[in-house]
Design a protein around this ligand. Structure first.
Ligand code: HEC
Length: 174
């Protein structure tokens, strides 16, 4: 046999050996929520919901949450805040976390949350301090709500006048 045919034979053999594995792993991926992730259990979802409530995430990331004394239905949680926070940093809006998390895998979220630093008034230092298991539970709960809604309005630099309502924050003390 000429070397070209030997190589061809080898390639065909390899393809036959690998193909069933590719098919099996593709099917497994389609059935699971993502590589490395397990489907969320009841305990994770309850813990995630609890952390979102006591972590105060809804206070800024859910429109109307504080004025309604927490009576916004879960289906409308974390869709982002339309109320701007204006201060020396410009004007920030609390993003739609359901969209943010839908673009990340669980492990990416954990790293992101533990290293996140944003403009005010997001308490990023509190999120940085959360344990991996709490961050995973939070991710599973938020993911279970589904990627719904629109992105929050974009950040505006200082000096630009927002055309929607905002809260004015004082300059930090010197
Ligand atoms: C006091 C208001 C406030 C609270 C409370 C708050 N956030 Fe935020 N959050 C913001 C604002 C405003 C931004 C946008 C900051 C910027 O534009 O730099 C933000 C940004 C973020 C981001 C980055 C979003 C992205 O799309 O990249 C994450 C993640 C986040 N918040 C998660 C949380 C979680 C989880 C909680 C609860 C533990 C929480 N936040 C509580 C106001 C808040």
């Amino acid at each position: 046999m000429r070397p070209r045919y030997v190589l061809l034979g080898l390639a065909v053999t390899l393809a036959c050996a690998v193909a069933p594995w590719v098919v099996v792993s593709a099917a497994a991926q389609a059935a699971s929520p993502g590589p490395g992730a397990t489907p969320p259990g009841r305990k994770d979802l309850d813990r995630g919901r609890y952390l979102v409530i006591v972590g105060g995430c809804n206070d800024c990331h859910t429109d109307g949450y504080a004025p309604s004394e927490g009576k916004v239905p879960e289906s409308a949680w974390l869709l982002g805040g339309g109320l701007g926070f204006r201060g020396p940093w410009g004007t920030t809006y609390a993003p739609n976390l359901r969209l943010t998390l839908s673009k990340m895998r669980e492990a990416e979220w954990v790293t992101y949350a533990q290293t996140l630093k944003t403009r005010p008034p997001m308490p990023w230092f509190n999120l940085n301090a959360m344990t991996v298991s709490d961050l995973r539970a939070m991710y599973r709960f938020v993911k279970s709500l589904g990627p719904v809604g629109q992105p929050a309005p974009p950040y505006m630099p200082p000096g630009q006048e927002p055309n929607q309502p905002y809260l004015q924050w004082p300059a930090p003390p010197r």
